[in-house]
Design a protein around this ligand. Structure first.
Ligand code: PHE
Length: 363
């Protein structure tokens, strides 16, 4: 209420002026919504002196009626406006208080939520797989419990072949009870595959050339020391098409080496022997740690051996019904653990299987 109106009110209706002062003080003093409601009822409720006066206005002296009626209504509206304003003020204060109380400090460190990730071996397999899938290869699979026939015989390693002994095989069932049929029968034996190469034969049995596949998985040998574990992982690659040469194999391996190890890499090939490739080679990639000068990790040779490979021995095509006059191909095989060790400088194979999170977390 402005001062002029207040002055008029005081002069013409001092009783109403007193009611207004008391009422507005009660309203403004209310410091929560309940107190405000109490003040509202006391000043503006049905039984408040103001409202009772307005209700009984026609019982008043006729000369006073218009004055009290007019000022009474002004006072009521003013008080109602005060209640409304005070209510809004208290509500805003309550909201501010609860916002302040519930404020979140977004700069506080969060609750760490431990999440796992793939083992380095799985990551490495995926990386290798991606590189070959990018070259148009298909991913093939084969059983870990394998027949002697696929693991050895159809890979040019018949029962009497001396190369068998190099594989330290875990036999599941050996069919060698009786001799000499046993020797003939041996390829019906069951074993844990000693390499991924049996997948070569299985794929060729199932499809006609062209073949471009990689197979990644577990293999088993009866071996256990600092550089061997009874189970490890290999990657097998097989290409059979028309006009495939050793140059294609070298180009493919060079591309793979640069993709996998990064940078400009050099490869070199050395003659080797595998029963199912002819010629056979071992492939090395240049050691980047010492720039080829020789260091511990390359055994002072400047080169790191990464895989065995070779041209598919045409004899294999006889096992799967391919025309050796028409097609040629290459195959390669590498150890996943070895690739991961070379790439990340891991000194001991056993670290992969101890499952010490301090090691695993680093990759
Ligand atoms: N299978 C061979 C091994 O485990 C590696 C290899 C694969 C060699 C393919 C040549 C071609 O020793």
């Amino acid at each position: 209420m402005d001062d002029a109106l207040m002055a008029q009110l005081k002069e013409r209706a001092p009783g109403l002026a007193a009611l207004f002062s008391a009422g507005s003080k009660a309203i403004l003093d209310a410091d929560d919504l309940a107190a405000l409601e109490e003040a509202r009822v006391a000043t503006l409720g049905r039984k408040s002196p103001l409202v009772e006066m307005l209700r009984s206005i026609n019982t008043l002296d006729p000369e006073e009626r218009p004055v009290l009626g007019r000022f009474g209504n002004i006072v009521r509206r003013e008080l109602e406006a005060l209640v409304e304003a005070r209510e809004a003020e208290l509500k805003r204060a309550a909201l501010d208080a609860s916002l302040a109380g519930e404020r979140i400090d977004v700069t506080l460190p969060g609750q760490p939520f431990p999440s796992g990730h793939e083992h380095l071996i799985s990551q490495t397999m995926r990386e290798v797989e991606d590189i070959f899938v990018g070259l148009g290869y298909r991913v093939a699979e084969g059983p870990e419990v394998e027949l002697d026939y696929y693991n050895f015989t159809a890979l040019n390693t018949p029962p009497s072949h001396p190369a068998r002994s190099a594989h330290d095989t875990f036999w599941v069932r050996e069919q060698r009870e009786a001799m000499p049929e046993a020797v003939v029968d041996a390829d019906r034996g069951v074993l844990l595959r000693t390499h991924t190469s049996p997948v070569q034969v299985r794929v060729m049995e199932q499809q006609e050339p062209p073949v471009y596949i990689v197979c990644l998985g577990k293999v088993y040998r009866r071996d256990s020391d600092a550089t061997h574990t009874p189970m490890f992982h290999q990657v097998e690659g097989l290409v059979v098409d028309e006009g495939i040469t050793l140059a294609d194999l070298k180009g493919t391996v060079h591309f793979f080496a640069e993709e996998f190890f990064g940078g400009d890499r050099a490869i070199r090939v050395r003659p080797h022997f595998f029963p199912f490739t002819e010629p056979s080679i071992e492939v090395d990639v240049n050691c980047e740690l010492c720039g080829g000068k020789g260091c511990r990790s390359c055994k002072y040779s400047g080169w790191l051996e990464i895989m065995g490979a070779g041209m598919v021995d045409p004899n294999l095509y006889g096992f799967v019904g391919y025309d050796a006059e028409k097609v040629s191909g290459f195959a390669f095989g590498m150890g996943v653990e070895r690739m991961a060790m070379l790439k990340h400088g891991i000194p001991d194979l056993r670290l992969f299987y101890e499952n010490d999170v301090r090691f695993l977390r680093q990759f």
